[in-house]
Design a protein around this ligand. Sequence first.
Ligand SMILES: [Zn+2]
Length: 332
Amino acid sequence: MGGATVAANGGIQVEMGKTRYSLDPHGQVRADYTFVSHAHMDHMHRPSRNEKVIASSLTRELAKARGYDLGETTEEVEGVELLDSGHILGSRAIRIQDEVYYTGDASGRARAFLGKCKARQARILVMETTYGSPEYVFPSTAKLVKEVNGLIASAYDRGSPVVLMGYPLGKAQLLSYFFSSWDPIFYHQSVATMNKIHMDHGVRLKAGRAFDPSSDVDILPKGPWVMVSPMASGRSRLMAHLKKQYGAVLVAFSGWAMGPGYRYTMGADYSFPLSDHCDYQELVNLVQAVSPDMVYTVHGFAAEFAKDLRKIGFSARPLAAYQSSLSDYLSA
Ligand SMILES: [Zn+2]
């Protein structure tokens, strides 16, 4: 057996013998199987009727709540193993026999209710390299949470509310979990919807009050509170209003906060590098654990990270993205 080929083509294409797998395609691509690693929008598309969709049932449910119907999905395909990738609830890496291991978006550390990416040996590793540059080594989560609690405590002392901002699926649930001891706590409507699905699946989040930005901006209480909100610029209408009307302190959470300009770009008062992706060292560790003959990198510092891997003895190159060949797309 063996002899899989991997190519970029509106996503990642894997051919094993006569079987064609399309991994996280951006659009409709001809394949026997389509794999959807997780329910973030950049990985979603509406599959055509004759492809079989491999995804966790949690990914299907989260996608549906966000308006993407993946149709029937399966986790059981012969020769295919799905592994927790630790990125968000329901996220999976895929291993096709012992030939190909694709991480999807992956985290290298356990956080709250999320585990870390489970590595398995494979001949070919296809990995995300969002933070594949040495300056992206994230601090410990416990240290970060402690620092943020200190920040919220001093805001409460001054009577100021705090808005914690992160992606509504994934980051926002971690923020809801880590900072649940503060009261009162508000969840932006889009966060509340995702929190509910997490709670239905046994994640212990505090039931806070939902905040509808179209009707509730002027009826928040005076004095301190915490709100978990999607990432928004401090210059956006909502955030500018919360600052002006309530004196809210804006705190942004992203791996990009390792960079010095991030906080200014976002117009936030503070930013912290809480990430749902592997940092540089965790990416290196993942490669060593999978021990592949060949590594293909996708996203972020793909070329830089592949170069660093070659320096430590791995065969590696970026999987050239977006080289789509029109014949592979179904006509609309
Ligand atoms: Zn993602």
